[in-house]
Design a protein around this ligand. Structure first.
Ligand SMILES: [Cu+2]
Length: 290
C-alpha cells in the first residue's frame, strides 16, 4: 500500500525527466537561448560555455532544494489524528554544515571560472590587424578606421512608414573576418555602452576614458549592435549594424569610403575627440590650451 503510493509520487518527476530527454535538444537550447553561436567570434564559445555550465550547476542546486522542500513537506506532513504544531526541530548539524559548505564552494567556483574567462577575453592583442575607434554620441555612432585612415559618422535610427525601424540606414561598422580587431571605445557626451548582441559582450563608453575590446570575428554575417546604457530620450534608436566580410570586401569598403561614396557620412581621415561635446573633461585627448 505504502510503496504503491510512493510509486505514484515518483511518476511525475520521472515522467517529466524522460519527456525532456526524449524531446532532444535544439541548438538554441544547447547554448542556453543565447543569440548568435559559438563560431561568431573567438570568444563566443567560451562565453556560451560559462553561461551553460553555470545554469547546469544552478539547476542541480535547484533540484536538491526543490527535492528537500518536497521531501520535508511530504514526510513531515500532518497525519490523521494529529493536531496543533508538529514537533519543532532545530540545530541539525549535518544539514547546517551542508548549507554552509556548498554555497561557499559554489561562490568560489563561479568566481574562479568567471575570472578565468574574463581575463582571457580582456587579454589585449599586441598587434591587432585592424584598429577601430568608436565614439558613442546621443544617439548614434562614429567609427574611425584607425589602421586604414577612414571614418563613418552615423545618425540615429529612423522609422519606416509602417512604424518598424529602418534598418537600411543604420550606422555600419565593417570588419574583416578572421582578423584580430582592437576597438577603442569612447563617448562624445554621456555614458553609453557598445554592444554587438551576437558577440555576447558589451562595454561601457565613458566620457574622458578609453575602454578597449579585443576579438576576432570568425563568421561572415550581419550583426545587430545597440547602445546598452540608458543615455536619454532616443536611447532605443541608438542602433548600428556590424558587417563581418571577407578581406577583399573590407578593402573595397574602405576604398569606397575614401572615394567619397558615403559622403557626407563617411570619408578619408578621422573624426576625433575635437567633436566631443564637453571639451574640458580630463583625459579625453582634447587640448586644454587657449
Ligand atoms: Cu547610448
Amino acid at each position: 500500500m505504502r510503496s504503491n503510493r510512493l510509486k505514484r509520487w515518483a511518476v511525475i518527476p520521472i515522467g517529466l525527466a524522460v519527456a525532456i530527454i526524449l524531446a532532444g535538444c535544439t541548438q538554441e537550447q544547447l547554448q542556453g537561448w543565447l543569440p548568435g553561436d559559438a563560431e561568431t567570434t573567438n570568444h563566443t564559445s567560451r562565453i556560451i560555455g560559462l553561461w551553460v555550465t553555470s545554469w547546469i550547476v544552478l539547476l542541480a542546486v535547484g533540484l536538491v532544494t526543490w527535492g528537500l522542500i518536497i521531501w520535508a513537506a511530504v514526510v513531515y506532513r500532518r497525519r490523521k489524528g494529529q493536531s496543533g504544531l508538529p514537533v519543532q526541530l532545530r540545530y541539525n548539524l549535518p544539514v547546517e554544515i551542508f548549507y554552509t559548505i556548498v554555497p561557499l564552494i559554489l561562490v568560489l567556483g563561479f568566481f574562479a571560472f568567471t575570472a578565468r574567462d574574463q581575463a582571457a577575453i580582456e587579454e589585449p592583442t599586441a598587434n591587432p590587424d585592424v584598429q577601430i575607434e568608436v565614439f558613442g554620441k546621443r544617439w548614434a555612432w562614429d567609427f574611425n578606421y584607425v589602421t586604414d585612415d577612414a571614418y563613418y559618422s552615423g545618425v540615429q535610427a529612423d522609422f519606416n512608414p509602417d512604424g518598424s525601424i529602418d534598418t537600411d540606414n543604420l550606422p555600419v561598422l565593417v570588419l574583416p573576418v578572421d582578423k584580430t580587431v582592437e576597438i577603442k571605445i569612447e563617448s562624445r557626451d554621456v555614458i553609453h555602452s557598445f554592444w554587438v548582441v551576437d558577440f555576447l559582450y558589451k562595454k561601457d563608453m565613458i566620457p574622458g576614458k578609453s575602454n578597449y575590446m579585443y576579438f576576432t570575428p570568425t563568421k561572415i554575417g550581419t550583426y545587430a549592435g545597440k547602445c546598452a546604457e540608458l543615455c536619454g530620450e532616443y536611447h532605443s534608436l541608438m542602433l548600428f549594424t556590424v558587417e563581418v566580410v571577407s578581406q577583399e570586401d573590407y578593402d573595397a569598403y574602405i576604398e569606397s569610403l575614401k572615394a567619397g561614396e558615403y559622403a557626407p557620412y563617411g570619408g578619408e581621415g578621422q573624426i576625433g575627440a575635437d567633436f566631443n561635446v564637453n571639451q574640458n573633461l580630463p583625459g579625453n585627448g582634447s587640448s586644454t590650451e587657449d
